[in-house]
Design a protein around this ligand. Structure first.
Ligand code: FAD
Ligand code: FES
Length: 507
């Protein structure tokens, strides 16, 4: 069970990762953290530093889900932009958001030094440039709003790149980057040194708040704790409340060698929707790898296989003609909160001593670090100025139009109950592919393995009954409603669903 998210391979996946033992017995601890990505491991690390006994449960290996698929920009320049954050959260909210992301980068830098983690963490500038046809006053407005939020940002005449000049752009100081696999390994080592425990093979199926709170796993063991942190990227302990406030998006990245000196080592992103971004793995002087990302779309709603990768590559080749052949291409999922900021804090439902971190957006590396700092303060009883801004129970009235649009989109997906199948019959599905087939009143998810044998599951998502769609890029079944994902054979890969697709008979 190396990486259960899909078949694509990111450029970080060569790196070694810790392999904790499989949970086999009941445990009692101060804090049980579910999920060993950046959010869960940072929270466990902080709690361990604060003297708490911590147990981390994961169904797989640490850092091997979305954090394995990141492009690991560390940005205080929030990708939804400060003009929008001011509109949604007011000037003080935008200032606190900038402060929290900048503090997260500072904190990562401190951990890297203290723990001596060889993860290539470095500070570098970030450039925001106009996408073709973008309104020129957008950058001026963003400059004013970002400065008001407290960031060090200037307008400069052009990007520090040889062959690509989209005109004036904004330069944000003190952004960052790192190798996420090495960083995760360093955090895990720190957790163990401070007396914490990491467990794998622990698929959590229930979380009950209380004192003690209880965490139940599919294989039997139960963990009791004074507090539980659900850091499973999308909360597995909530059926509706949070899932109506965030929407799942697929996001794509490619990497390729580029000669030294083609561009300054920095973060670059445009104002497009979907947007494109670029960074270097390396320092701009040696054997550099260019990482290009973007082409996001709603999960399960655009099944054109390699299309997003082809579009990313075409976008990059126009701008970087010296780019070598593409060596990796991969995708992952991010959860876009309706008001631009993650949901971090006490679980909004009546579940005492349960905390969540979700709504990562494309800022999950800093949001995950903010989660570690904020949830630790909440658990140990320290005040934290960011708590109201990230409160999962918040209602952002000015985000009502996005809330309505995203939920209308989710509701529309249930129309798939009455539409025809993706193909007329399972006999037309080629080996190695899948498709949803109509059978009378029901729909069936049929996968034909590379040897030609067909496998059938119900196409109905066990979360709230959406109809899944075949993801030809990852060979998974993806639910377009709230982002649950399943393997080709129907095992659950990603919440909010807790169980797999129900078996269905073959014809
Ligand atoms: C292509 C791509 C590029 C990105 N680029 C950036 C970027 O440049 N900068 C940035 O800040 N962010 C970026 N992001 C987002 C960022 O990578 C993620 O938001 C972040 O890694 C999510 O971390 P996490 O801890 O929330 O989730 P994960 O890393 O997915 O960790 C969640 C863990 O929970 C476990 N789990 C789930 N369900 C259960 C269960 N029922 N029982 C037990 N364990 C369970 C999983 O096995 C997993 O290990 C990118 C994401 C992608 C996909
Ligand atoms: S994820 Fe909610 S219905 Fe499938």
């Amino acid at each position: 069970m190396e990486d259960r998210d899909g078949q694509s391979v990111s450029l970080w996946m060569e790196g070694p990762a810790p392999a904790p033992p499989v949970l086999a017995a009941d445990l009692d601890t101060d804090v049980c953290v579910i999920g060993a990505g950046i959010a869960g491991l940072t929270t466990a690390y902080q709690l361990g530093r604060a003297g708490r006994a911590v147990t981390v449960l994961d169904e797989g290996l640490p850092g091997r889900r979305q954090t394995w698929r990141t492009t690991a920009h560390l940005a205080s320049a929030v990708d939804d932009r400060f003009v929008e954050l001011e509109r949604l959260h007011g000037a003080e909210g935008a200032r606190l958001a900038a402060d929290s992301h900048a503090s997260a980068i500072d904190h990562i830098g401190r951990i890297v030094v203290q723990e001596r983690i060889p993860c290539g963490f470095r500070r570098l500038p970030g450039y925001l440039f106009l996408a073709p046809g973008g309104p020129p006053d957008l950058l001026d407005q963003e400059l004013v709003a970002a400065r008001r939020a407290g960031l060090e940002v200037d307008k400069v005449p052009r990007l520090p790149m040889a062959g690509f000049d989209p005109g004036a752009c904004l330069r944000f100081a003190r952004q960052g980057q790192l190798d996420p696999v090495a960083y995760m390994a360093g955090l895990a080592a720190g957790i163990l040194r401070d007396g914490g425990h990491l467990w794998s093979g622990a698929h959590v199926i229930a979380v009950e708040g209380g004192d003690p709170a209880r965490v139940r796993t599919a294989t039997g063991p139960t963990v009791t704790a004074r507090a539980v942190v659900v850091a499973t990227n999308t909360p597995i302990n909530d059926r509706y409340a949070i899932h109506t406030k965030q929407a799942p998006y697929r996001t794509y990245a490619i990497s390729a060698r580029i000669p030294p000196g083609a561009l300054e080592a920095a973060l670059y992103w445009d104002t497009g929707d979907p947007y494109h971004y670029v960074r270097l793995r390396g320092d701009g002087t040696g054997e550099d790898v260019l990482i290009v990302g973007g082409e996001d779309h709603k999960t399960g709603q655009q099944g054109d296989g390699t299309g997003p990768y082809d579009r990313l590559e075409a976008w990059a080749r126009v701008r970087f003609p010296t780019l070598g052949p593409v060596d990796h291409r991969w995708s992952g999922q991010v959860l876009e909160p309706v008001d631009g900021l993650a949901y971090i804090g006490r679980n909004p439902l009546d579940a005492p001593n349960v905390y969540i971190a979700t709504g990562d957006s494309g800022m999950g590396m800093t949001h995950g670090t903010i989660a570690g700092l904020l949830i630790t303060d909440l658990i140990v009883g320290l005040p934290n100025p960011w708590a109201p801004l990230y409160d999962p129970a918040r209602k952002t009235l000015r985000a009502a139009s996005v809330f309505t649009r995203e939920n209308a989109n989710a509701a529309l997906q249930f129309a798939a109950w009455v539409t025809p199948g993706e193909v007329p019959g399972e006999e037309v599905i080629p080996p190695g592919e899948g498709a949803v087939v109509r059978r009378g009143l029901s729909k069936v998810a049929v996968y034909r393995d590379p040897e030609g044998s067909a496998h059938a599951c119900s196409a109905v998502c066990p979360h709230l009954g959406g109809i899944v769609a075949w993801n030809p890029g990852e060979h998974t079944w993806d639910c377009p409603c709230h982002g649950s994902r399943f393997s080709a054979l129907g095992e659950v890969l990603n919440g909010p669903a807790l169980s797999g697709l129900a078996p269905a008979p073959l014809r």
